[in-house]
Design a protein around this ligand. Structure first.
Ligand SMILES: Cc1cc2nc3c(=O)[nH]c(=O)nc-3n(C[C@H](O)[C@H](O)[C@H](O)COP(=O)(O)OP(=O)(O)OC[C@H]3O[C@@H](n4cnc5c(N)ncnc54)[C@H](O)[C@@H]3O)c2cc1C
Length: 459
């Protein structure tokens, strides 16, 4: 609970409409996509960067915790005020696209801009911003930078970090820093923007983002291949990509996921298949598309693909992607609760990881449907619990084994969703004490009073 002097000061600073302390208003800011609930002591909506500076300077002086928040779509609790304090919400006022510079192919935005809105605006000018998290309709660009979000187009176009050219941010003491430049080349000074990307609101509050844009490819086309086994499917992916094709997306569903979608939606999916691959290619001339699809079909068929089809129009395109888009909700047929994580391994280690998941599934007697991004090695593993009250501990042990397997294969705890609260306790699996010590010293250099999103990321 905030002292009366603090509420008075903060309320006068931003105005009553931009500062909530009544529990009814706070409820909406007590959650993110983890569905954990932590009621903050207050929510404050800065109107501009100067407000952010003053709020942070005041809270730093009085040691009040600040939790930055975009849309609250995070999957790991990064925007939750687990230790009380103020939620600093960037979505209400800092939501403007400041500049789209068509000559330099860059844009400057405020952190509260919604990803999809930004994509739409640049596409109106024939330009393209590729990072496309599945939460693109709701998540903010500030949240995307803070989590280094990625999406299905990562196989070809990379993830948020590949598009961030510069940031403005406010340090916990209220100072503004600029990191990076509009220039393509910039080798002066430390790469501070690189440290702020994926820092999950623990180091500074991002107030402006300069993003790289591309020209929008004119054509795209999708295809689907059906395989008897996930190993065959993965071999087909490697061969296709080594042949010079760089698909925009190369997604897979395992057998459990295929069955779940089919059971829910009756779309005529191959229930006995070990895996399906859904892929998309793009380009500027039809010959580019044809060449890529021909290569993919050749390598798919040479590696056990029993059925291959190419979408011929927008409706078929939609139909091909239906299974992937609806996998996440469909697997609820296997249990009331799912523990879902997004471990990532080097692409070539995916079959080994999926074999381990199969073994863990049998050991713990829990269904674990998997789907995700074969193009970049990022798998969504979903441990399904029919009776969460009795199975939760078992499920968590199974997840820990999956994390260990991914790390042993040279992978990482998270390819998309970050660490936040949910995965904080697993950080020592992935990092040595020396590496964790370095993270803590970096945190302390930015935030000596530990007011900014404390204890997240295992710090
Ligand atoms: C249905 C669904 C699908 C999803 N799909 C994907 C996916 O495909 N790929 C993917 O990567 N993620 C995905 N996510 C996770 C989530 O959407 C992303 O992590 C997203 O980037 C979070 O953005 P947000 O605006 O909601 O941030 P929030 O959840 O509000 O915050 C996330 C973190 O960023 C910090 N933060 C936010 N704004 C700032 C700022 N301006 N300055 C400093 N720190 C800040 C917060 O403190 C917090 O730690 C999905 C989530 C859902 C619910």
């Amino acid at each position: 609970m905030l002292e009366a002097t603090h509420t008075r000061y903060l309320s006068q600073l931003v105005g009553e409409d931009n500062f909530y302390i009544d529990p009814a208003h706070l409820q909406a800011y007590a959650y993110d996509a983890t569905r954990e609930r932590y009621l903050p002591d207050g929510v404050i909506f800065p109107r501009h960067e100067e407000d952010v500076c003053q709020i942070l300077a005041y809270c730093n002086e009085h040691k009040i915790i600040i939790v930055p928040r975009g849309a609250g779509s995070g999957f790991t609790g990064g925007a939750l005020s687990a230790h009380g304090g103020l939620v600093l919400s960037l979505e209400k006022h800092l939501d403007q696209i400041l500049e789209i510079d068509e000559k330099n192919l860059i844009a400057r935005v405020q952190p509260g801009v919604i990803n999809k809105h930004f994509q739409n605006e640049v596409e109106k000018r024939g330009l393209f911003y590729p990072p496309d998290p599945a939460s693109q309709d709701q998540s903010t660009l500030g949240g995307n930078v803070s989590e280094n979000a990625g999406g299905m187009r990562a196989a070809k176009y990379g993830i948020t970090k590949d598009y961030v050219m510069a940031l403005r941010a406010v340090l916990p003491n209220g100072d503004v820093i600029r990191a990076g430049k509009k220039t393509i080349k910039d080798v002066a000074g430390f790469n501070v923007a690189g440290i702020l990307i994926a820092s999950e609101g623990c180091l500074a509050v991002i107030t402006e983002i300069t993003l790289k844009l591309l020209a929008k490819p004119k054509l795209k086309q999708s295809a689907m291949g059906v395989f008897a086994s996930i190993q065959d499917a993965m071999e087909a992916v490697y061969k296709s990509m080594a042949s010079g094709v760089t698909p925009v997306a190369m997604e897979f569903l395992d057998n459990l996921s295929i069955r779940a979608v089919e059971q829910r939606f009756c779309k005529g999916l191959p229930m006995e298949a070990g895996a399906i691959l859904i892929t998309q290619v793009d380009g500027s001339v039809p010959e580019q598309i044809t060449w890529q699809l021909t290569q993919i079909e050749k390598h798919f068929r040479e590696n056990g693909c029993v059925d291959f089809c190419v979408a011929q129009d927008a409706q078929q395109e939609e139909d091909l992607w239906f299974a992937r888009r609806n996998a996440s909700q469909s697997i609820s047929i296997y249990g009331k609760k799912k523990l879902n994580e997004d471990v990532t391994v080097p692409r070539a280690s995916l079959p080994a990881l999926l074999q381990e998941v199969e073994r863990i599934s049998q050991t713990y007697d829990l269904p674990i449907p998997c789907f995700g991004h074969t193009g970049d090695g990022n798998v969504h593993v979903n441990i399904m619990l029919e009776d969460p009250d009795t199975q939760l501990e078992k499920g968590q042990q199974a997840m820990e084994e999956i994390f260990k397997s991914a790390i042993a294969l040279g992978g990482t705890l998270s390819g998309e969703h970050g660490i936040g609260l949910s995965k904080a306790k697993f950080m020592p699996l992935a990092f040595t004490p020396e590496e964790m010590g370095l993270f803590r010293r970096i945190k302390s250099a930015f935030d000596p009073n530990n007011i900014l999103n404390p204890f997240k990321m295992g710090l």
